[in-house]
Write a protein that binds this ligand. Structure first.
Ligand code: PMP
Length: 391
């Protein structure tokens, strides 16, 4: 037998299957709320004008495509620091920032760094979580300790279960946390819960690993980072996997950043040498194009303001749709309190399938749906169909 004859096929992500099913359905009135990108009311995912302008500047001014070096665009990472950490924390000693291919690259690099630092580290993961989190963590060779984060039927966070899991953690364990706009539930920790989480991390010696892929799409740039910044104040070491793919709308260009709070410049040098070693084996150097575009936006007051306006507009649409869905029935009122692109309907996979068959409404088997995946004029029809399925 050859190398591949013993391979068993891997079940494809059910979300990818859903995308295909939706694409094949040509019934009029189809509502595709499965896919996880921002959409305008007419179903488009447009390129932000701030990005277009930055790309034009880049095209006009870039003189070489020669290698930029292993750190990628250093200015890009420096300009992102105040956005993620705020002006004060951004100045702290020993804060590493490294450009990565998307949030995925930052997650992979961060978990591999944790593995290199302490092979026995375990990762606390609240479920449900983004489908790619567990494979990335296992791929880095780390053990996962799961706890229930969200009670779908009750449409609320199971904070007691979360705290029980943190109480049972060992010093040096890592806790994966969604910075904002929890995917897939939309259920973010409130300020009081964040305070308890950071106190617990500090007390138990748990290292927070914050995945922040939707900053600015919940309540606003600073508001969405409050939980993260509180952790950075409270804990000696913090890992952050950041993505610009959603808030700059550059999904396919893969723009992200890994940040590590190490505590000192001296420690940062050592940690950075490991990060570089790991990154070298995976992508050697991160792709340049849209990180450069993001840098150009952040360097210019004018383009920065334009980007923030466009981000406000995206967030505004998401918040409006949330309010409309929430006001359709008391059972959906929780949708208005949740953040970001996703929420979860308390539906069984059978009910989700019935929506697909009877109404051409496409959402994930879990009941996760993209709030801004539907057109304005489809909201009532969407709500009525979901409520009918719930009865
Ligand atoms: N984290 C979460 C929670 C996500 O939902 C995603 C993307 N869907 C990512 C990280 C990765 O984002 P990127 O496309 O930048 O790799």
């Amino acid at each position: 037998g050859g190398l591949f004859t013993g391979l068993e096929p891997i079940q494809t992500d059910s979300l990818l299957r859903l995308i295909q099913l939706a694409a094949e359905d040509d019934r009029p009135g189809k509502i595709d709320v499965g896919v996880g990108v921002y959409r305008t009311s007419n179903g488009a995912t447009p390129i932000l004008s701030a990005i277009k302008k930055a790309e034009k500047i880049l095209w006009e001014t870039q003189e070489t495509k020669a290698y930029l070096g292993m750190s990628g665009d250093k200015k890009y990472a420096e300009l992102l620091k105040p956005i993620v950490f705020g002006d004060d924390l951004a100045q702290m000693d020993g804060l590493i920032g490294l450009q990565t291919p998307g949030g995925c690259g930052a997650l992979t690099l961060g978990f591999m760094l944790a593995k290199a630092a302490n092979p026995a580290t375990r990762v606390l993961v609240g479920t449900p979580t983004w489908a790619n989190h567990p494979p990335v963590i296992r791929g880095a060779g780390l053990e996962i300790v799961e706890y229930d984060y969200y009670l779908k039927g009750e449409t609320r966070i199971d904070f007691d279960a979360m705290m029980a899991a943190f109480d049972a953690a060992r010093p040096g364990d890592v806790a994966l946390l969604h910075g904002c706009c929890h995917n897939p539930t939309g259920a973010d920790l409130d300020a009081g819960q964040w305070a308890k989480v950071r106190a617990k991390c500090a007390e138990k010696g748990i290292i927070p690993f914050v995945d922040i892929a939707y900053q600015g799409l919940g309540d606003g740039i600073d508001e969405d980072a409050e939980g993260l910044r509180g952790l950075v104040h409270a804990c000696d070491e913090v890992i952050v996997a950041q993505s610009c793919d959603k808030n700059f709308g550059v999904y396919r260009d893969r723009v992200g950043c890994l940040f590590v709070k190490t505590g000192s410049e001296e420690r940062a040098k050592v940690v950075n040498s490991h990060i570089m070693q790991i990154a070298r084996t995976m992508w050697s150097m991160p792709p340049d194009h849209s990180a450069a575009a993001v840098r150009i936006i952040l360097e210019s007051d004018e383009l920065r303001a334009e980007w923030l306006d466009e981000l406000d507009m995206m967030r505004g649409r998401i918040v409006d749709l949330r309010k409309r869905i929430a006001s359709s029935d008391p059972r959906l009122a929780y949708i208005a309190d949740q953040k970001g692109m996703f929420s979860m309907m308390p539906l069984s996979p059978e009910q989700v399938e019935k929506l697909r068959i009877d109404h051409a409404i496409y959402m994930a088997d879990s009941g996760r749906f993209n709030v801004c995946g539907m057109a304005d004029e489809d909201v009532d029809r969407f709500c009525n169909a979901v409520l009918e399925a719930m009865d």
